[in-house]
Design a protein around this ligand. Structure first.
Ligand SMILES: Nc1ncnc2c1ncn2[C@@H]1O[C@H](COP(=O)(O)OP(=O)(O)O)[C@@H](O)[C@H]1O
Ligand SMILES: [Mg+2]
Length: 398
């Protein structure tokens, strides 16, 4: 007998872990701080709930601002309400980051539609392959007729990942071309605000009536979102400052609810691993650092070794001096020291300068031209966009 203990022991920090795991879709009542957005999507779907045409809407916003969640929750609610009105409202949800080609997305539309109208059309097998995107759409339009659907809504999530315009075009034309005998509309969701212009080139102007932007969450909203999930933790485990602090840090950095929930979960896990009885502010700090290191690591993974030496040089300089910005020449000197240490011959000054520019372009560093003194002329300075500790730890983990 070893006294290893229970290897599946989890400790007493969590009561209901799933509340702080990604992928958990709460009910509309648990959605906080998005009342205006819920109303806007609600009014786009209002006609459909009465058996009329849903209004096509385009939703933009950064990741973690609740776009997918709000759209799905309101859609679920609309289905419930339509039933009460004896209206057949059907919908299909397509995550284009999973189904990125026209064929995959059209197939997914048919499959998801089928799951909502199965009761009236019965089992129907949708071929896995061998038919084209247009065939899948025809299957969908036929199902709409067979099920006597009054209104059909297609949610195209992360539409910027979809490789063509055919699906969107055919959705906007299916009804007028007489292919489907129902009112059809779409909600197009994109994490990229820049996508607005691309999309207006891609779709008819008739589709652009409604536009909705989801702003990043502020600290108050994030605090409300996290507070609704405090049941994830056992009683008296969370110290009072943990949620406000997680919310404040997240609001300052990104306003992303998913990342905020992740950070709270991570803080809990760190407490669990230390076999601590409480989750404290220190755990939140540690969770934040861990997340930053991870992000930095991802950002620079796959970069050639010399880029990493250059970034390490900049981190060392930042740690040693009490300033943030360093001239190319300073970075180059430190870089050659590092190259020496690891026994590799350094790249040329010009090459290093170019690599530094590239890092600024990638958002790892920032660089600018500064006018030197009268005789010095202008020169370029560089600074890290993260703390040197994060950069060093991220580089050490490579
Ligand atoms: N207003 C909110 N209320 C409660 N939880 C939220 C809210 N907004 C986001 N979340 C949580 O954050 C996760 C990410 O939100 P999501 O809708 O997927 O963001 P987006 O689609 O904008 O990237 C959701 O699954 C949910 O757990
Ligand atoms: Mg989303």
């Amino acid at each position: 007998m070893t006294n290893r203990g229970d290897i599946f022991e989890t400790g007493e920090i969590f009561r209901d872990r799933k509340l702080v795991r990604v992928g958990h879709v709460p009910d509309l009542e648990r959605v906080v701080g998005r009342d205006d957005e819920i109303d806007a999507i609600g009014s786009a779907l209002a006609p459909a709930v009465q058996g009329g045409p849903p209004e096509t809407t385009i939703v933009y916003g950064k990741t973690g601002t609740g776009k997918s969640l709000v759209t799905r929750c309101v859609c679920r609610e609309a289905t419930r309400r339509a039933e009460e009105n004896n209206v057949t409202f059907a919908h299909a949800y397509i995550d284009c980051s999973d189904y990125g080609t026209e064929t995959q997305a059209s197939r997914q539309m048919a499959r998801d539609l089928h799951s909502t109208v199965k009761d009236s059309v019965g089992e129907q097998s949708i071929p896995r392959k061998g038919i084209g995107a247009a065939d899948y759409r025809d299957i969908a339009w036929e199902m709409i007729d067979d099920a006597n659907v009054d209104a059909f809504l297609v949610i195209l999530d992360e539409i910027d990942k979809l490789d063509g315009d055919e699906l969107l075009r055919s959705i906007s034309r299916a009804q007028e071309s007489g292919k489907a005998d129902a009112f059809i509309g779409a909600i197009c969701i994109s994490n990229k605000i820049e996508y607005r212009e691309r999309l207006s080139e891609r779709v008819d102007s008739s589709l652009q009536d409604n536009e909705l932007v989801f702003d990043p969450y502020d600290a108050r909203q994030l605090e409300a979102i996290l507070t609704r999930r405090r049941d994830a933790f056992a009683e008296d485990v969370l110290e009072d400052e943990v949620i406000p602090k997680t919310a404040a840090l997240s609001a300052r950095q990104h306003g992303d609810a998913r990342k905020a929930i992740d950070m709270l979960y991570e803080a809990g896990r760190l407490a669990e691993m230390e076999q601590s009885k409480h989750v404290t502010e220190a755990h939140v700090d540690a969770a934040l650092e861990k997340a930053e290191i991870n992000r930095f690591q991802k950002l620079v993974s796959g970069q050639p070794p010399h880029v990493k030496h250059i970034l390490r040089a900049l981190a060392l300089l930042t740690e040693q001096a009490d300033r943030q910005q360093f001239r190319t020449a300073e970075v180059y000197d430190m870089y050659t020291n590092i190259a020496d240490e690891v026994d590799t011959s350094p790249l040329s000054y010009d090459r290093v300068q170019r690599l530094l520019k590239e890092q600024a372009f990638l958002g790892v560093t920032e660089s600018e031209h500064t006018g030197g003194g009268h005789k010095e002329g202008s020169y370029r300075v560089h600074r890290l966009l993260r703390s040197p500790e994060i950069v060093m730890k991220g580089l050490d983990r490579q």
